[in-house]
Design a protein around this ligand. Sequence first.
Ligand code: AMP
Length: 199
Amino acid sequence: MDWILFGPPGCGKGTQAERLSASLKLFHFSTGDVLRENVAQGTALGRQAGAFMKRGDLVPDDLIVAMARDKLSQPAVAARNGVLFDGFPRTIPQAEALEKAMGELGRRFGGVLALEVNDEEIIERLSKRGRADDTPETVHARLAVYHKQTAPLLAYYRQRDQLAVLDGVGSMEEVEGRLRKAVEGRNKGRGEEHQACGH
Ligand code: AMP
């Protein structure tokens, strides 16, 4: 079963995605991590994406969708219980492309786990993180991009009854607990066996 971990930049998605993917044996697919690897290696994708990332803008949908399709067809993905998408989809066209690709590949979708964290907290967390694209200007740009282009996905998935909204403020363990509960809840709701391991 595949899941989307959703939330504004700096909401703790990356850390939670690592923990959740380990405990549920999911393939952790962070588009940001894959893009940064490509930038570091100077690939064609990295050269195309780098400028957008530096500004805090989204990388164009066609590049992201091609990258995601490529990733989903890799054997490393098939070896896991599912995929945990982290930082993807970020636009409605990406969500539509993901739905189509998952249908073609016969993948099952568990739902969207959305972490809610308010803007002041986000700005505070991002200014402490110190990543190359975490300058004050970029932080504000990324937050604006999130509200304009990414937040509309909440309504998109709510309409499809595929959304669980969770409080993203709290200790790492508290937030992780909420996420695991939401996964269990949605698995039960489908009358399916809970696939989680590690407890
Ligand atoms: P992240 O690590 O998820 O914060 O992503 C870092 C940067 O990579 C973002 O600010 C975007 O420029 C780019 N990026 C990552 N994922 C996506 C995506 N799904 N669509 C467009 N751009 C993305």
